[in-house]
Design a protein around this ligand. Structure first.
Ligand code: GLC
Length: 472
């Protein structure tokens, strides 16, 4: 089975969030299960020279985007056994950032159109194109309109990583930019209010739709979570399900992490103590203080629960908990956290930055990871934290509810609260701190979290089941 995995970012080449991690690890796991998965993504100018040097130029072609005729160069590179195709066009991809440009619609319209037109020119004919988020949502739609024999058998899967970003554009883009027929708008398939909505169109036109956890799949039928698309999800429920994300167990491992002063594992936890000391030294905290450190590694935006965290900070500190924050985002939150650091020197550390090295040290050195997201399609930080023996404290929604089994349940690997409120958060941290001081108990929770199978193999099999179902 040949799978072309179309995506707007993939680690280690370009990553802005969890989508990049998934695209950098799921295809490898699919290959390990015996399918032939290849990835296609834009050749952004920010992709490092060390990768470009290894790329091989395959060919170029002209892509038809409505009345436009645009150059598309195709490069390829093999990385960890997976073949990646990169679509080159400097007009669209030589920009400061991957997303957030005023012409994003045209840029990803071009990319999606390019994927469709490049396919017959590759020495690889996909049985399925596996598409991800709005940036590739046009592909399942385009495939329905292709007349050539080549496309007849090709199926599409569309995966929703986050329903908050739907790809909404002004109506005239439909024909003038995307080159699609008016009927898509008039029939309501791609129309949302008076705009066009690419995610909506893909949900209708793809052969199958997935999202990144069963819990989120269930929540998306509810208007509270679905950002206006609950009816669309309901309509398409017959071809919709959730498959939980995994992580790359090799990449996220305290045994192999070169950023750590000392490696550790579930059997040899002494390195974790050393990491906690190193973290304290680096952040100007007392390294002899044995009290709990709770970390938050996240984009600093409201739906990740930053409003709860900032409301809870002073109380956490007064309970003797030290708080470490890492991330960037809304300047209001960045400033509130900087201010908290200023007011609580040595108790709160706000690292308003993006740093993989600092993230590793925090995952390894902290005792708990706080993740009170208002909604969370899957979430990867809680999984990474578990690998490092740092127990997650989460709001029980979406993928967080699916992956964190709260203490004191059998087999628990973390803590969770049901209400989205500061009181619920504080109550649960209090409870976790009580368990933290019961050293035996805490150690057994850590070990369980660290030895859990959080890799891709089970989920890769579920993707393959979906791929099989639609090609039979
Ligand atoms: C998005 C979601 C996150 C998920 C990731 C990968 O970033 O917000 O919950 O883990 O996609 O699927």
């Amino acid at each position: 089975m040949n799978i072309l995995y179309a995506v707007s970012e993939a680690a280690p080449f370009i990553k802005t969030g969890g989508l990049g991690d998934v695209a950098g690890s799921l295809p490898k796991a699919l290959c390990a299960e015996g399918v032939n998965a290849r990835v296609i993504l834009p050749l952004y100018s920010s992709i490092a020279e060390k990768w470009r040097e290894k790329m091989q130029f395959l060919f170029y072609t002209t892509v038809h985007l409505s009345w436009r005729r645009q150059y598309a160069g195709v490069y390829s590179l093999e990385h960890e056994g997976v073949i990646y195709y990169f679509v080159d066009n400097e007009f669209y991809f030589k920009r400061g950032k991957a997303y957030g440009e005023p012409d994003d619609g045209e840029r990803f319209g071009f990319f999606s159109r390019a994927v469709v037109e490049i396919m017959p020119l590759l020495d690889f004919k996909p049985d399925i194109v596996s598409c991800n988020d709005w940036q590739t949502a046009l592909i399942p739609i385009y495939l329905r309109y292709e007349q050539a024999e080549f496309y007849r058998e090709i199926k599409s899967v569309f995966t929703i990583h986050n329903i908050e970003y739907q790809g909404r554009f002004i109506e005239w883009c439909l024909g003038d930019v995307f080159g699609l027929p008016r009927e898509l708008y008039d029939s309501g398939i791609i129309r949302y209010e008076n705009d066009i909505n690419l995610m909506k169109g893909a949900i209708y036109k793809a052969d199958y739709v997935t999202t990144v956890s069963p819990g989120y799949a269930w929540e998306l039928r509810n208007p509270y979570f679905a950002c206006g698309l609950h009816k669309v999800i309901e309509d398409n429920a017959y071809k919709f399900s959730g498959i939980v994300n995994g992580i790359d167990m090799q990449r996220f491992s305290p045994e192999n992490d070169r950023h750590l002063p000392q490696p550790f594992s579930a059997d040899e936890l002494s390195g974790k103590r050393e990491c906690k000391r190193a973290l304290c030294r680096e952040l100007g905290m007392d390294e002899n203080d044995d009290g709990p450190i709770i970390a938050c590694i996240s984009r600093l935006v409201s739906h990740k629960g930053c409003d709860l965290i900032s409301a809870a900070l002073d109380s956490l500190v007064s309970k003797g908990v030290r708080v470490v924050i890492l991330g960037t985002g809304d300047s209001a939150f960045e400033n509130r956290f900087r201010d908290a650091e200023y007011r609580h020197r040595g108790r709160v550390s706000s690292n308003i930055m993006y740093s993989e090295q600092r993230a590793s040290l925090i995952y390894a050195g902290a005792d708990m990871l706080l993740m009170p997201s208002k909604s969370e399609p899957c979430g990867l930080s809680q999984l990474i934290a578990m690998r490092y023996g740092t127990l997650p404290v989460v709001h029980a929604v979406g993928g967080l509810r699916d992956t964190v089994r709260p203490y004191p349940l059998d087999n628990s690997n973390g803590f969770s609260f049901g209400d989205y409120s500061t009181d619920a958060l504080l109550g649960t941290v209090d409870y976790a701190v009580g368990v933290y001081y019961n050293k035996e108990q805490w150690r057994s929770l850590m070990k369980r979290a660290m030895t859990e199978d959080l890799g891709w193999s089970r989920s890769a099999k579920e993707y393959i089941d979906v791929y099989r179902k639609i090609t039979q």
